[in-house]
Design a protein around this ligand. Structure first.
Ligand SMILES: NC(=O)c1ccc[n+]([C@@H]2O[C@H](COP(=O)([O-])OP(=O)(O)OC[C@H]3O[C@@H](n4cnc5c(N)ncnc54)[C@H](OP(=O)(O)O)[C@@H]3O)[C@@H](O)[C@H]2O)c1
Length: 254
């Protein structure tokens, strides 16, 4: 492998990231761009954050566009995928990062239907819709990576049933998609982070102290520590990994 290929293993590749404006998704967008990929990232409402990610990538010499697309809306996902493919000519890497965390304890009252439905629409249905939409733009060697959660394995506090359900669904969905897309040479994997310092789960938030007490490494992860693994799965060295749910959780579930 040449020095260029080692330094920028994703040169010539195109990545589409659902939910790339903040947190883990923004870090993945920046890392994949650093590794050489052109990036299309979507956002729901944070236009300013999305444009800041694009600017940071461009200032570093990379290529990126931001597209507003609510991952709860299949039509908006499909339009965004088409826009990315029209812009860059193809899609090699799909990262399904968009996610919402809604807490609700069934012992304390009914969880509203719209909360259940939106969690499933953003955290699960969007993965199927985007995967179907990218396949026709994806060649052999394509990569589909979803950001699930260690909470599919372990939900050690109250109020997390809906979120855990959605992230457990990703485990099965990843296996099924891997079977469907294996013959096309496309891999499908699920990264399951533990507590990562973002606006969704800040290191100084109300749950932080309790969560650290449950971990083998008693600290929050950094977004870059998830992005580096996403970059590995997106790259040529991960060609034989598919259908897998892989923990990046500081030993949360150990
Ligand atoms: N942080 C953790 O501890 C942790 C642990 C395990 C798994 N995860 C998972 O990792 C993923 C990212 O989490 P995070 O902590 O980085 O969250 P975050 O800081 O809240 O960022 C969420 C990102 O997803 C986007 N997004 C949310 N809903 C969307 C929608 N309907 N349509 C399009 N984009 C949408 C947001 O866009 P806007 O900026 O426009 O809102 C933002 O870019 C999620 O799937 C989450 O479940 C997080």
């Amino acid at each position: 492998m040449s020095n260029q290929a080692q330094a920028n293993p994703l040169t010539g590749k195109v990545a589409f990231i659902q939910g790339g404006s903040r947190g883990i998704g923004a870090a993945i967008a920046k890392r994949l761009a650093h590794d050489g990929a052109a990036v299309a990232l979507t956002y729901a409402s944070s236009a300013g954050h999305a444009q800041a990610v694009v600017k940071e990538i461009e200032d570093a010499g990379g290529r990126a566009i931001a597209i507003q697309a609510d991952s709860a809306d299949p039509a908006q996902i499909k339009t965004a995928v088409q826009q990315a493919a029209d812009t860059y000519g193809k899609i090699d890497i799909l990262v399904n990062n968009a996610g919402v965390l809604a807490l609700g304890n069934v012992a304390e009252g009914e969880i509203p239907l719209d909360v259940i439905d939106r969690t499933l629409a953003v955290n699960v249905r969007s993965v199927i819709i985007a995967s179907q939409a990218v396949v026709k733009h994806m060649d052999k060697g394509g990569r589909i990576i979803t950001i699930g959660s260690t909470n599919s394995d372990r939900m050690p506090f109250q109020g997390g049933s809906i979120y855990a359900m959605s992230k457990s669904a990703i485990v099965g969905l990843t296996k099924g998609l891997a079977r469907d897309l294996g013959p096309l040479g496309i891999t499908v994997n699920n990264i399951q982070p533990g507590p990562i310092d973002t606006e969704m789960n800040p290191d100084d938030g109300e749950f932080a102290h309790a969560l650290k007490g449950l971990m083998a490494l008693p600290r929050y992860g950094k977004v870059e520590e998830v992005a580096s693994f996403a970059a590995y799965l997106a790259g040529p060295e991960a060609a034989y990994i598919t259908g897998a749910s892989l923990l990046v959780d500081g030993g949360f579930s150990a």
